[in-house]
Design a protein around this ligand. Structure first.
Ligand code: FAD
Length: 268
């Protein structure tokens, strides 16, 4: 099936981490009045490489749907093609643009909203920003329905905590939104959390189970239960590189979590 290709014009580009060479992009699709998508989905970007071969890559949308706009969060990959192509686009007139199709993907919040643990490393934070913008829209009605939402964001260094101020502001405003930033290679001056995301996810799961008088591991779900009747009171959404995703999935499976409770997007 022929996919509709759009031209996304770069309106704004900000380097959000110089050491990680990570950029925040704001694109506008001028030919559309609205570009609807569900938070967490991705766009496919297309461009010819130096040999004229058309290259396509997936990038998670780093915002909630808003008219004909969408944001991306992309870091340069050494020796990579598309990440550098995007990072080299200019937002100065005449501004750069990129061909896109989409939205695509099933990495979206399950509804109705439940308690949720959002777990990301690196640019895996992109769809999480989409989720939080949808759950807690600025100037709009809160869609979190009072559920507990944890965002566990892991990076190596403090300089790579993308969108830190936005998430801190959200946590200060919404008592049911909990922002946990953890560094695996923190310097001496860092007073926040340390270690890998798995450890902090484990603490959240154990403390919640204790609060609800649940015994871990949870009893297994009857395997004959039809998928449509599986209702969970908490989901985990994991995004980043495969190693981390596998580590968190294993941890949660060890607590008796059902595989359908664990929703993930792998970048590699
Ligand atoms: C559904 C989905 C959503 C994605 N969303 C994002 C996003 O929001 N932001 C983002 O920055 N990336 C995202 N990615 C990764 C992105 O699609 C590209 O793989 C990445 O930008 C590298 O592409 P490239 O053309 O620069 O490198 P390539 O030319 O494809 O690869 C060059 C080399 O780098 C390695 N490599 C590929 N990807 C990575 C990586 N992520 N980290 C380290 N090494 C890598 C390859 O194995 C290869 O050896 C997503 C991937 C998927 C599948």
């Amino acid at each position: 099936m022929e996919r509709k290709l759009y031209t996304a014009r770069l309106e704004r580009k900000i380097c959000i981490s110089e050491p990680a060479q990570c950029f925040h992009f704001e694109f506008v699709i001028d030919e559309l009045e609205s570009f609807p998508f569900t938070s967490g989905q991705f766009v496919s970007t297309l461009a010819p490489d130096v040999n004229g071969k058309q290259q396509t890559r997936a990038y998670s949308i780093a915002s909630a749907a808003s008219a004909n706009r969408f944001d991306l969060c992309v870091n340069r990959v050494e020796g990579g093609f598309f990440s550098n192509h995007l990072a080299d686009l200019t937002d100065l007139p005449p501004s750069g643009s990129v061909k896109v199709h989409g939205p695509h993907g099933h990495f979206v919040l399950r509804t109705p909203v439940t308690d949720s643990i959002l777990i990301a490393t690196g640019t895996g934070i992109a769809p999480m920003r989409g989720f939080t913008q949808w759950l807690f829209p600025e100037g709009g009605p809160d869609r979190s329905e009072g559920k507990e939402i944890w965002l566990v964001f892991g990076t190596r260094y403090e300089t790579d905590l993308y969108y830190q101020e936005e998430f801190e502001a959200l946590a200060a405003k919404h008592p049911n939104f909990h922002y946990l930033a953890t560094l695996s290679r923190a310097g001496d001056g860092w007073t926040g959390l340390r270690g890998y995301v798995q450890d902090h996810v484990a603490r959240i799961v154990e403390e919640r189970a204790a609060r609800l008088n649940q015994v871990l591991p949870l009893p297994p779900v009857d395997p004959t239960t039809p998928a449509t009747e599986l209702n969970f009171d908490i989901y985990a959404y994991i995004c980043g590189l495969n190693n981390m995703v596998a580590g968190v999935r294993e941890k949660l499976a060890g607590y008796g979590w059902h595989r359908k409770q664990i929703i993930f997007e792998r970048y590699d």
